[in-house]
Design a protein around this ligand. Structure first.
Ligand SMILES: *[C@@H]1O[C@H](CO)[C@@H](O)[C@H](O)[C@H]1NC(C)=O
Ligand SMILES: *[C@@H]1O[C@H](CO)[C@@H](O)[C@H](O)[C@H]1NC(C)=O
Ligand SMILES: *[C@@H]1O[C@H](CO)[C@@H](O)[C@H](O)[C@H]1NC(C)=O
Length: 373
């Protein structure tokens, strides 16, 4: 067996060449993007070697379990390959479609700590076991962006704290979609000092209650953008309460693609973050402008709702840039398009996004059983 320094091969250290299988990895002509799809039952792992020169690498495991590598990984020490890992051009890595023991994930993060990786994406993974903490001398990668979609963790909401131990405090963007748990035990979480964007979109089971559990107080001091598209949010005032409770001060808040109600039953007045300047309420099925919006905004997007009449000035906050397109009172066909996007040959902007919403709706059904408590 050949021993190679590439983190891809640390993840998959078994080099078993079988001539009959098709080449699982493909690199583009510019040596920038390399994509591996190990769906074959006995894939040729050595094919990953061609990705060594790539800047962007994507690896899909065909849903396989990586348990078999657990024993082999026990003796691996990425440190001995530190110089070669440092020399890799790798900046963006996507790993998807596999069942991964947490110890292997830790080993990969350890190896990536010697690389100059900036963006890591994990998709359709099931992480088993608890992610072990790093040895003090080995920080993980200095990521700027971490994206997770449909990643489930054996340790529930503790996953973020476990993962965070492996990351240097450089993270600027964190996106978590289709999460199994966003109820983070706040005491175990350290602050994210550089995080400016938190995107919890496409978590239809989240809602205001889940948001309150996810936004640990004082852990997101630099937050500027909070995206909650299709996140089961019911009222802007409920979000306001969650933000106030957590002391989170975003500048931009995206609540589009939620079924919003205009008034919350028994809602209390809430003080919006002073820095909030942009609010997106498009595709929110609103028949009226919701009550309790921030008194003053730079941007308010109310496009593609179900407003049947023009909002009266006293119903709206003071706003510089107001978007009301795609509401039935302005465009009588808008509603029809939203309900039946295929009705006409031309696809108006609201209809196109309503289609995407259809996809998210399916997701909501798939996710229905998952809890956020
Ligand atoms: C991986 O390969 C399988 C079978 O060859 C194919 O069905 C699947 O769509 C591929 N996945 C990706 C992400 O390319
Ligand atoms: C989520 O990931 C699991 C693997 O952990 C996969 O079986 C499932 O199909 C994925 N779900 C979606 C909606 O992609
Ligand atoms: C508001 O959200 C919609 C849908 O998510 C998006 O298309 C639109 O560009 C956003 N508006 C602003 C002002 O960012």
């Amino acid at each position: 067996m050949v021993r190679l320094p590439c983190p891809l091969l640390l993840l998959l250290p078994l080099l078993r060449v079988s001539a009959a299988t098709p080449e699982p990895c493909q690199i583009d002509d510019e040596d920038v993007r390399c994509v591996c799809n190990f769906t074959h039952p006995q894939p040729d792992w050595s094919s990953a070697l061609q990705c060594v020169a790539a800047v962007e690498v994507e690896i899909r495991g065909g849903g396989r379990s990586l348990d078999e590598f657990l024993l082999k990984s026990a003796s691996a020490n990425p440190k001995q390959y530190a110089d070669m890992l440092k020399a890799l051009r790798l900046r963006r890595l996507t790993v998807g479609a596999a069942r991964v023991p947490a110890q292997i994930l830790a080993l990969v993060l350890h190896a990536l700590g010697f690389s100059r990786l900036k963006e890591l994406t994990l998709e359709d993974l099931e992480v088993t076991g608890q992610v072990p903490p790093p040895l003090q001398e080995t920080p993980g990668p200095a990521l700027t962006t971490l994206r997770l979609r449909n990643v489930s963790w054996a340790t529930g909401g503790a996953w973020l704290g476990e993962l965070q131990q492996w990351l240097q405090p450089s993270l600027k963007v964190l996106k978590v979609a289709q999460a199994s748990s966003l109820a983070f035990p706040c005491a175990q979480l350290r602050a994210f000092p550089a995080l400016t964007t938190l995107d919890l979109s496409d978590n239809p089971g989240l809602g205001e209650r889940g948001l309150t559990a996810a936004l640990c107080p004082r852990k997101f001091p630099a937050l500027e953008d909070l995206a909650l598209r299709n996140a089961g949010v019911e009222t802007p005032s409920g979000v306001c309460a969650a933000l106030a409770g957590a002391g989170v001060q975003p500048h931009r808040l995206d609540l589009s693609h939620n079924s919003l109600r205009a008034t919350a039953a028994g809602a209390r007045e809430c003080v919006w973050p002073a820095a909030l300047s942009s609010l997106n309420l498009s595709f929110a099925e609103l028949e009226q402008v919701p009550k309790g919006l921030p008194p003053k905004l730079t941007v308010l997007d109310l496009s593609c709702n179900k407003l049947n009449r023009a909002p009266r000035p006293e119903e709206l906050p003071a706003v510089d840039d107001l978007t009301l397109e795609g509401n039935p009172y302005m465009d009588p066909e808008a509603l029809q398009h939203q309900e039946d996007p295929m009705a006409s040959g031309v696809v108006p902007p609201c209809a196109r996004s309503a289609l995407t919403m259809g996809v998210s709706g399916t997701l909501a059904l798939l996710q229905g059983a998952r809890g956020f408590a």
